[in-house]
Design a protein around this ligand. Sequence first.
Ligand SMILES: [Zn+2]
Length: 79
Amino acid sequence: MPVKRCCYGCCKTDSRYPERMVGVFFIPFPKPKTQMEKCLIWIKACGRPHSQFSVSRITKDTYICSKVSKLYLSLIQID
Ligand SMILES: [Zn+2]
């Protein structure tokens, strides 16, 4: 199974550490190929420097975790 890590700012959710995963689930990041606009909004919301995190870093294994999903819900509409 591939390692899932949350790409949000300083969030430490990581599927290699079960103790960080209690009650948490992962939400796949919108893919630039199919949802470029949404992808860009999410990247911006992650608040990380462009050099660390940008469209080119998004893969099929890029996720955010449900810990930060409330923040996302306030910023974007999850359809
Ligand atoms: Zn997270």
